[in-house]
Design a protein around this ligand. Structure first.
Ligand code: F0G
Length: 435
């Protein structure tokens, strides 16, 4: 049985370092944090989480970005670009259309490499330095590889990334490539790539920086801290619900850990913990299945497909941490279709915010749960948008308007504006096809 409650005054094990250690969520076995390189429990193979000798309060945080929260992190500072301090947009038209009390969008696409992964990497690569490794590796649906390549480059470390061939958006590959990662494309799904990278890491060939690495989730915890602080400053209370896209379930696990620590610190009442609400694409929804069927862990889906390639994942490795997070906060999980994702991407873009398809899943999920009455009209909701529009330029172009060709004259532009759309638009495309 997973033990997920935090003791108020933790017993600090002898081999803790600077008040930090690792603890297995399954059997409770404790490990020193930086002696050996481990990712899972040496006793039972369970997932590990970082533990601290004290839980800081909001008063302890100073500065900006991820390292504002260093009192809740294993180090004072890290390899930084810098990351965090992302906007919490108001969305008045979408709020009105969906019908909730408040709707804010936490746009993680505004991090230095364009996704929330930077928050995990600034901490994870700092740990890699502490451990003295020289090669970093990850499997990725794209964003992790972009972030790892950038932070690895910043730290002067070699990076190796394994990607599912043909299933990674162009912007992400471009980033990994320019930051000089060694990029391997494997003709399998993300989950199989992760199996290989885990194997390499177990053989000591590379330091694993997927979200199985407990230190990455420490950095991602700061999304929750920023939301809690900013929402409270603007509205005088904490949000009722946080809706987020789910792939490997790292963010869901990280947000839950953030809430548990703030509850243990006494700064968040148990009744004020936001309900964690996960959204997956219909074609890759093992977490939704596990929530609906009351499973302790997910079943591995070997065939996954969705336009939201970032969350095209069938075996969410953090499910044992994330499922209790959804359940114990009173949240839920929902699957949305690719068409619903694209609709949401267009609606968010119509208010000036550009996100990639996986990110739009959060708003698609909110829309669906609001329509079915699971989410009430009185709720204060924060949707997490995890990656920038430019990550996936092909999906954006597909969801957006086509450029209209026009002849080389002002008259032609005026004719176009007057309503004769010339050869552009759907009719133009049809005409071109027929000619
Ligand atoms: N949104 C985006 C844009 C992502 O890139 C990811 C994960 C998720 C959501 C899901 O987050 O795994 O914490 O549930 N991308 C990983 C990658 C798997 O390799 O970039 P999660």
């Amino acid at each position: 049985m997973a033990d997920l409650t935090l003791p108020e005054n933790p017993d600090v094990p002898d081999d803790a370092e600077n008040g930090v250690w690792l603890r297995c969520i399954e059997c409770g076995h404790e490990h020193p944090p930086f002696d050996d390189i481990i990712y899972t429990c040496e006793e039972c193979g369970g997932l590990l989480e970082a533990r601290y000798d004290r839980y800081p309060t909001f008063e302890d945080f100073q500065g900006s970005g991820v390292w504002r929260y260093n009192a809740a992190l294993p180090f004072e500072e890290g390899v930084t670009l810098p990351e965090g301090n992302t906007p919490l947009h108001r969305m008045p038209r979408l709020r009105e259309e969906i019908g909730v009390r408040n709707l804010r969008i936490k746009h993680e696409g505004m991090n230095p490499t364009g996704s929330f992964k930077d928050r995990g990497m600034t901490v994870g690569v700092r740990v890699a330095e502490e451990l003295g490794v020289d090669r970093l590796a990850c499997a990725s649906t794209g964003n992790t590889s972009a972030a790892l390549a950038a932070y690895g480059a910043r730290a002067g470390l070699q990076t190796l990334v394994l990607l599912p061939a043909g299933k990674v958006a162009a912007g992400k590959i471009a980033q990994a490539s320019l930051h000089n990662a060694r990029i391997l494309e494997v003709d399998v799904n993300f989950d199989d790539c992760l199996d290989i990278v885990q194997d390499l890491a177990d053989r000591g060939e590379a330091y694993l920086l997927n979200s199985l690495n407990p230190f990455r989730l420490e950095g991602q915890k700061t999304i929750g801290l920023e939301i809690l602080e900013a929402f409270r400053d603007d509205h005088g209370r904490f949000p009722d619900r946080i809706v987020l896209p789910v792939g490997n379930a790292g963010n869901t696990a990280a947000l839950y850990k953030c809430f548990r620590e703030m509850v243990a610190a006494g700064d968040l009442a148990p009744g004020d913990v936001p309900k964690l609400t996960g959204v997956q694409a219909e074609g890759a929804a093992p977490m939704v299945e596990a929530i609906e069927e009351g499973l302790k862990d997910t079943r591995r889906w070997s065939d996954v497909e969705t336009i939201a390639t970032a969350i095209r994942i069938g075996n969410p490795v953090n499910a044992p941490k994330a499922l209790p997070g959804i359940r114990e906060t009173g949240g839920t999980a929902v699957a949305v279709s690719d068409a619903e994702i694209t609709d949401a991407q267009q609606s968010i873009a119509a208010e000036g915010i550009g996100v990639e398809p996986a990110s739009a899943a959060s708003v698609a999920g909110l829309r669906k749960l609001r329509a079915s009455g699971v989410i009430g009209s009185g709720e204060d909701v924060v949707c997490l948008t995890t990656g920038h529009l430019l990550k996936d330029p092909d999906a954006a172009a597909e969801a957006g308007n086509d450029p209209d060709p026009v002849a080389n004259s002002t008259e032609a532009v005026l004719r176009y504006l007057a309503g004769d759309r010339g050869s552009g638009g759907v009719l133009g495309r049809l005409r071109r096809l027929l000619s």
